[in-house]
Design a protein around this ligand. Structure first.
Ligand code: ATP
Length: 232
């Protein structure tokens, strides 16, 4: 089966105000449909940089990136944007929900595309299915200020799932949550892999990482299988 994601020897140098820094120095990664991968690594090791390349917010300087077998290493931005919204769902530490909208309306926002809105009934069915997948369909009419942090993050996950992405990219999704709530959120993300989604989870939490199919460590710009002792 063709992998969803295949990175071969990907490199990235960031040029900030100081001298250029090599952040990714030959990253290899293969993720198949239904697979879950955790990425651990010290602060500043380049985990978010890696996710932003995979999610097509940025491009590698070297190496090769195949998505479903198609080489997209040098994709122009307009085509990248279309692919990004068709293939990827994103979950971040901050939930980025609109306070004045209900949970259902927040999820529905992800269904707006270049052609405008889906018909109301189709939209409703998709939104409720996505909220149901993360166990909070009963909260559809609640607005974020009335929801707990874990519930808000599950709304954000539903928003990422509603377009039926092939790959979910989660960057520290439990960073703002307590352990128990974080566990629920990880469960909601993992459930998406049981429906065939690929999942890449960036986390500092080794317990959460351990619930993924594979645990990798980003050290010195290279991804390797995580060892029990390596720092995160
Ligand atoms: N646009 C940029 N220009 C220059 N340097 C950058 C830029 N963005 C990030 N960096 C630097 O690149 C390094 C990697 O950043 P990145 O955010 O990918 O790390 P991270 O592993 O996700 O860190 P954390 O766990 O703290 O979120 C850091 O040292 C950061 O300061």
């Amino acid at each position: 089966m063709t992998p969803l994601i295949q990175l071969d020897a990907v490199t990235k140098t960031l040029k900030g105000q100081g001298r250029p820094r090599d952040i990714l120095c030959g990253v290899d990664l293969t993720v198949r449909a239904g697979e879950s991968v955790a990425v651990l690594g010290r602060s500043g090791s380049g985990k978010s940089t890696l996710l932003s390349l995979i999610g097509l917010f940025d491009r590698p300087d070297g190496g090769r990136y195949l998505l479903n077998g198609r080489d997209i290493t040098r994709l122009p931005e307009r085509r990248a944007a279309a692919l990004r919204s068709a293939e990827f769902g994103f979950v971040f530490q901050r939930f980025f929900l609109l306070k004045q909208l209900t949970a259902a309306q927040n999820v529905a926002m992800a269904l707006v595309n270049g052609q405008g809105w889906l018909p109301r009934r189709k939209r409703r069915v998709k939104v409720l299915a996505a909220l149901d997948q993360v166990g909070i369909a009963h909260l559809a009419k609640q607005k974020p200020p009335k929801l707990s942090g874990g519930e808000q993050q599950r709304v954000a996950i539903a928003r990422a799932l509603v377009r039926e992405p092939r790959v979910l990219l989660a960057d520290e999704p439990t960073g703002a949550l307590d352990t128990e709530t974080g566990n629920l959120v990880i469960g909601a993300l993992y459930a998406a892999t049981e429906r065939g989604c690929g999942l890449i989870l960036v986390t500092h939490d080794r317990d959460h990482a351990g619930r993924m199919g594979r645990v990798l460590q980003l050290t010195d710009g290279v991804l390797t299988p995580a060892t029990a002792r390596a720092g995160v």
